[in-house]
Each structure stands twice: as structure tokens, then as C-alpha cells.
Design a protein around this ligand. Sequence first.
Ligand SMILES: [Zn+2]
Length: 819
Amino acid sequence: MKILIRLFLGITALLLCIVIISRAGQDETTKKRPAQPQRDYPVKPVPFTAVHLNDKFWAPRIEINRTVTIPFAFQKCEENGRIENFNRAAAALKGELKDKKLPPYPFDDSDLYKVIEGAAYTLSVHPDPKLEAYVDGLIEKIAAAQEKDGYLYPARTINPEKPHPWAGAARWELEKVDSHELYDLGHLYEAAIAYYQATGKRSLLEIALKTADLLDKTFGPGKQSIWPGHEITEMGLARLYRATGDERYLKLAKFLLDARGPDGAKGSGRIYNQSHLKVVDQTEAVGHAVRATYLYSGMADVAALTGDLSYINAIDKIWENVTSAKLYITGGIGASGSGEAFGANYELPNMTAYNETCAAIGNDYWNHRLFLLHADARYIDVMERTLYNGLISGVSLDGKLFFYPNPLESNGQHQRSPWFGVACCPGNITRFLASVPGYVYAQQGDKLYVNLFAASTADIKLDNGRRVKLVQETRYPWDGGVKMTVDPDRSGAFTVNVRIPGWARNEAAPGGLYRFIDRVDDAVTLKVNGSGIPLNIEKGYASINRTWKRGDVIELALPMPIRRVIANELVEADRGRVALQRGPIVYCAEWPDNPQGHVRNLMLADNAKLTAEFKPGLLGSVTVIRGNAVALAYDQHNKVIKSEQEFTAIPYYAWANRGPGEMIVWIPTNEAAARPLPRPTVASMSKVTVSGGRNPRAINDQAEPKSSEDASNTYFHWWPRKGTTEWVDYTFEKSAAVSEVEVYWFDDTGHGECRAPRSWRILYKDGDQWKAVENREAYGVEKDRYNKISFKPVTTSALRLEVTLQPNWSAGIQEWKVK
Ligand SMILES: [Zn+2]
């Protein structure tokens, strides 16, 4: 009822606005009630406002998102100047700004827009006058920062004479490179429509429309050409078209897609932002992974709205590429930290997996859209895998700490952070989690699709006008039993398509990149009113077409044995290893649950018996996997010692909630792949301090590099510092006599800016002073090997490795050993 009242108020507000507001250059169509687009996705999602989750998995998360994460993210936006940026731009417009300090990044606005979008979704289902008043206040600040002609971009408005260096001297000049002017607007559109639909207030929508009208005046056939350096504007404009019925926005979205590609202008023709080819000619997922998924989602939207098959052909091929060669078992994508990008085919390293949280979210946006286009459950299989694993791993259980990358193995160097300098991920989490109920159902004509399983009630309106109340009772994802009560408003024939997940049909993941080690023939069963019905699975759905009446009950049983997953042999990082999965949940072994706090030295035999056990209270109540594993360690003679020990695995998404330590998803199954625990050394026991740089733990982690460029383990680096003199100190546990060191340099010639250094030397601590050791050999700077020097023995409490970087190059260290 509240929703109805809101809708009524919304319509009233809209009508009032139409009477009161007269915008220059406004197209007639925007004044009308939005017409349904002539054409759209053949399948339509049941909106999140119509699905009420009351389960123990999602509902608590969505509540934490509402009560903790969203207020926390707003607070961080306040603290980090993301709101002040708008105030400063407003003051600049009035000529009242003295200090012209610019935002650190020109895309800082987008973080605020994303949290507003998240807040809008929660307001749609959970009215909160205080939150709404707060957002209204933010919108006033955003409005005040908008220039007269609609341009909205504090990074320039604050100081037009000397704008942000990424922004360029003139508007849009560096859009194809780094300015993110259009990117910010894309997120503004998403937020504006969400807020309008939630509250009926047009305040943010009017700001958005003013910017979109400026874009329409500036760009298009016969006008200037442009495409967004960071995609999302296309999705935003498509949504703006749906909300207003104004075709100019759809045409502009299509124009931005078609204009993308190499044209000789600065910033174009780069793989990094998918401008290396015309979008319709792209067949492989490349470049920055978040940009890519937003591009593919925008292509799906415009294809759905225009019927342009060439976009669909392209994203279908790209999807085949991702699922056959570039998708992690967790559903994460974007393997490489360098450029936050997709790697080569089968390049899926675990410890250095980048897997940005935003890319997982983008992957779900994209796969959901592909489902809406093709009505095929394989896209939901990918979406579900990402959702339960590599996406929600991005936020801590308490809702206040975030992962930017989501690696599949850790030596303890990865920790969640409350915020980031580039803070795209937390805001994306807020908007995605708030809208999760919108991914449960979809409908087309007289067909109702059940895509996700979660205890819930839903009020679904089918295209044919029929209303169906659907109640799900289930303990999913911990149990595969799902009872669905179907309550149509009147008896009649329609089809309920129940998704039978690939993992329940012996398919580990679509695309063939992963497979189960064994076949399990525990049958999936489906009953209607207690009678079994045959499973005729088509496109991943068991179709039940019958005359439904009130109180009919569907019972689905999805057996959830523990499954061992292996990867395609071409994935080098997973060779000789197995991952564990139960239902949709991918598991990892983490340090707190396993003896001695080590898991990277474990080996799990293929025939080791594993059992599942539900642990109420652990990590928010999870099912763990238990069994026995073999731990490997080197003894003093460098011989490998094996010992059997208890083994526990937890859901991957729940790791890193109990402090830093070891974690592993892909567990070795044989000795060749195993990594025996090295014996402690003077170096490994030392406290590492550095002059700067990243990953100091990598310097003494005893991970043996394969080469200087080896990125499969972690390495330490000083990038972006170049040409400087830097240092690393080892402070020993107690004074030790030492006479030899070996250093393995990190050097990423060909991809990055680290080189072996110009020179280095070793100093030892004598009282309060650092003194150079008397070395017997020259200090080597060779790549792909240890550079060893011996020196006159010293007894000391600490050693310093002093490194002078090559001019114009940075440097890094794979490992530093001491004897
Ligand atoms: Zn991000």
C-alpha cells in the first residue's frame, strides 16, 4: 500500500513539475508520462520492490547494507571531500571560492552518486524520512554545482582556468583518456532514476536531464563525436530513455557505442578501454574489466531497446571467451592488476588475482542482461556463482570493510579496508546489495522464471495481466530443498520455469573452463502438490505448464554433495589442484580453522572423505567442509615431512573477517603442486620495515620466484617512485651473526615500470648507526636469479638493504634471504 501511495505521490509530483517547470530546449516527450519503450528485453525482471526476502542469508546482509554500509559510505564521502567538491564548485560559480583546491580524482563524484543510488533502493522498500532528508540535502548541493548550461563536473568548475590535470583545458577534451566527465554522468543517471522511482521526487532527475540535454546538444551525428573513456554512460542513458520515453537519450547511447573505436584521436584505439576495435567487431574480453562489463551491459541494453543484433552477436562471442578462458571459479573477472584488466586466455593466477569487486558486480549486470535477452539459465549460473562468491567477498560481514581485489590465495598480505583513495567498490556494493531481490524472478508473457532461491514472498505481475503471489521456503544456499507456494489471483494456465542450476546437473560452470572431478547422479526432483513430475530441462529450466490454483505447491530438491572442481589443464595456476564447491558456494581453507594457522602447505587427496557441517554462529552461520588433509613441511635436512591433520574449509566469501593470514581456494592434490612449509630463517623471522612501497611481507615470505617478472606470488615494489634511493630493514628477533645475503629483483619489463636497480649495498646496525658491510663480491643487479654477496661476518640486530633505483625507473624485490 505504501508503495501505491508513493506511486500516487510520485505521479502528482511529476504532474506538478510539468506545470511548473519549463526547461529551455526540453523535448516534448520528456514532459509526458514515460511511454513504455516500443521494444525492450523480451524477458523482464520482477522488480526488487515486488520481492521481499526473509531468508537468513540475503535479508541480514541487505539490512546491514541499509543500516551500516550506506550511512558509513555517506560518512566517508563527507570525510573525504566528495561532498565538499560540490560545495566548492557552487562557490566557484558564484565567484566566492578563494581556495581552488581540486578533487584528488575527477571521478570522485561517481562514488557519491552510487551511494545515493543504493540509498534510493533502500528507500523504495524501507521509508526512512531522515535518510531521505539527508539525500535531499545532498541533491541541493549537487544542483548548486551545476553550470547554467547543464555541465556538471566539479573537477573543472572549481577552477576552469586550471582544472584537474586529467580533465584537459577544454570540456570533453580528454574524455577518451582520463577525464571521466561522461562516466560521472552515467552514475548520476542511475542514481537520479533510482531516487525518482523511490520517492517520486524529480530533483536529481532534473539535474540529470539537464546534463543529458547538454550532451544531446553537443554530441551526435553532425555534431561532435565522443565516447566515454570509462563506460557506464551508455547504460545510464538507456535507463534515462526508459524512465522518460525520450528517444534522444537512446539515440545518444547508441551513438556513444558506435563512435567507440580507433579514430586517431588521442586516447582512442586502446585495448585498455575497449576502443581498439569497433564494439560490434569485438570478440574477446580485454582491457579494464569494470569498463568492459559496463560496455557489454550497455550494448545489451541498446540491443534490447533497438533490436540491433550486431551488438548481441558481439557480446555473445565475448561471453563465450570469458566463460571458456577468463572466469575465476569464484565468478571473479579481471585477472591482472596491471590495468585492472582481463589477462590472456587461461591466465588466472590465484594469489595475484585482481578480481575487482566492481568487476564482479559488472559481471552480474552483464550476465543478467544476457539472460533477459536469451531466456537461458546459463547466464544465471554465472550470475549466481559470482553473486555468492566473488561479489559478496567484496564486503566484510559487518558491512564496514571492503576488498578492492578479491584474490584466491593469500599469504596474509591481503586485508579489507574501510575505504580507498579510489573508492569505486564500496559505493557499488551499496547499490548492488540493495537491489538483490530484483534478480530472483523474471517473467515473459505467461511464463514466470524462478532464477534464484531464497526464502521470500513476492507479488508478481505477469505481462498477461495475471498476478501471482509466490512464497519460497528454503534454507538455500545451505540446503537445496525449496518449497514454493503459488497463489495466482485466479485459477488458470501459465508456465513456471524453475531453474535447475548447472552445478546440480554435473556442470561445474558453463563454458567448460571448470568441471567436476566426478559425476554425481543424486537426482534433482521436482514435485507439484506432492506428485513427482518429469524434469524436461530446456535452457536450464524445468518447465511446469499447468492450470495453477491458489495454494499449489512446488517442491524442488537440489542435492548438495560436496563437489571437487578441477580447471582446464591450460590454467597453469590450478594444475594439480582442486577447488571445493557445495551448492552455489565455493570454499577456501583459511588460517584460523586449520592447525598451526597454515593452509598453503596442505594437500588434499582425491579420495579424502569430506563432510559438510552447518555451524550456527560461525561467520554469520555457514556450512563448513571438514575432513583430513596432509600438511607438508621441510625438515632441517631440507627433506619434506608429511603429516595428516584435520582440515576445515569455509565459504570463500566469508574469508578475511578474522584478521590477516593464509587462505587458499585451489588446494594441491599431489606433491608436485604442493608447497611444503619452509623452515623459519633469520630473514623470515625478521620484522620488515621499508622506506615506502607495497607488499613488504613479500620480501621475506619464502615464496620462490620463477623469474624476475613472476607475478604468481607476491612481490614488493616501490612503484611509482623512480630514480630514488630506498631501503628495506630486517630487524632480527635477536642479535645474529650473518655473513651472506641473496636478493632476487622484481623486474616487469614489457608490462610495467620496474627494473633491476642501478645499485645496492648492505648495511648493518652497530649501536645507533648503520655501517656498510665489507663485501667480498660485487653487488649484482642481474634478473631472473638470486644476486648473492658474502661479507665479513657481523653480529648485529638488523640489516639494511639500500637500493638506488635507475633514473626514470622504479624497482622491486621478489625475495631477500640472509645467512
Ligand atoms: Zn571498484
